[in-house]
Design a protein around this ligand. Structure first.
Ligand code: HEM
Length: 248
C-alpha cells in the first residue's frame, strides 16, 4: 500500500466494546419488545401475530433480512470507498470509516432480529437450538439456511476483531477483514436460495444491483491500487526506501 493510500489503522474505532454490547442488546430487545407491545395498540396486528398460522413473524423476518443485507452492502461499499479513495470525495475518509463500523453493527443487530423472530413462525418451525447450530434446520432448506448461519457467525467475529486489533496486530486484522467478502457472498446466496422473495421481480433486481454495484467498487479498488503502484511518484518512493544493493 502506498503512502497516500488511506489505511484504516489511521482511524481509531469509534464504538467502544461497552457501547457495542449495550447497543447490540438494546436494539435486539427493543425490536422484540415492540413485537410484543404493538399488537395491543394495533388490533389487526394481534390477528397477524396470533392464531394457528401467524404471518407477522414471517413478514418481520423477511423485512429485517433485507434491511440487514442492505446495511451489510452499505458497510462494504463504505469500506471499499475508503480503500479505493472514492470516500475522500464524500463523506471523507474518517467519516466513512466511522460509518462503516456503525452501519455494520446495526446490520448485525438486524440479522439477530431476522433470525430470532422466525421462531414465531409455525410453518418454518425452528427450535432455538436449530437457530444456533448451522445446517441443523432439517425441515427447511438446511444447507442454504446453514450458509446464512455461517454468514452471521463470520459477521459477529469480524465485528469483534475491531476491538482486539491491538492484540492480534494490524496484519492479522486486515487478513481477517478480507473475510467480509466471503460473508457478503454467503449472505447473498443464503437470501437467494432460502428466501421467499427471490421469485419476485423486485427481489431479483435487488440481488443484481447489490452484487453488481459492489463488484464495480471492488474492480475500481483493484485498478486504483494497480495504477497507484505504477505511478512514477510511488515508484520513486519505493526506490528511495529500498535497501541499497551491496557493491562487489
Ligand atoms: C442465524 C442466522 C440466520 C438464520 C437462522 C436465517 C434464516 C433465514 C430463513 C429461514 C430465511 C427464509 C425466510 C423466508 O423467506 O421464508 C431467510 C431468508 C433471508 N435471509 Fe436469513 N438467516 C440468518 C442469517 C442471515 C444473515 C446474516 C443475512 C444477511 C446478511 C440474512 C439475509 C436473508 C435474506 C436477504 C433472506 C431472503 C428473505 C426473503 O426472500 O424474503 N440472513 N433467512
Amino acid at each position: 500500500m502506498s503512502e497516500n493510500s488511506p489505511d484504516p489503522v489511521e482511524y481509531e474505532s469509534s464504538v467502544n466494546i461497552q457501547t457495542f454490547l449495550t447497543f447490540f442488546v438494546a436494539m435486539t430487545v427493543g425490536l422484540l419488545v415492540a413485537v410484543l407491545i404493538l399488537p395491543s395498540w394495533l388490533p389487526n396486528m394481534s390477528f397477524s401475530l396470533g392464531g394457528d398460522a401467524p404471518k407477522a413473524f414471517w413478514y418481520l423476518s423477511r423485512a429485517t433480512a433485507f434491511v440487514s443485507l442492505s446495511l451489510l452492502w452499505l458497510s462494504m461499499a463504505l469500506g471499499l470507498g475508503i480503500t479505493n479513495k472514492m470516500a475522500r470525495l464524500w463523506p471523507g475518509a474518517p467519516a466513512a470509516f466511522a460509518l462503516h463500523e456503525y452501519v455494520s453493527l446495526l446490520g448485525l443487530a438486524f440479522a439477530v432480529f431476522h433470525a430470532i423472530v422466525i421462531l414465531g413462525d409455525h410453518y418454518i418451525n425452528f427450535t432455538l437450538l436449530q437457530l444456533f447450530i448451522p445446517f441443523s434446520t432439517v425441515d427447511y432448506r438446511p444447507f442454504w439456511v446453514g450458509i446464512g448461519q455461517l454468514a452471521f457467525y463470520t459477521w459477529a467475529i469480524l465485528a469483534l476483531t475491531f476491538y482486539i486489533r491491538p492484540v492480534i496486530g494490524q496484519k492479522s486484522w486486515r487478513l481477517l477483514h478480507y473475510g467480509s467478502f466471503a460473508m457478503y457472498l454467503m449472505g447473498i446466496f443464503h437470501g437467494l436460495f432460502s428466501g421467499t422473495d427471490t421469485s419476485a421481480g423486485w427481489g431479483q433486481n435487488y440481488y443484481w444491483i447489490s452484487a453488481g454495484s459492489l463488484l464495480f467498487l471492488l474492480t475500481y479498488r483493484i485498478l486504483a491500487s494497480v495504477i497507484d503502484g505504477l505511478s512514477p511518484q510511488n515508484k520513486q518512493q519505493t526506490q528511495v526506501s529500498a535497501p541499497r544493493p551491496t557493491q562487489g
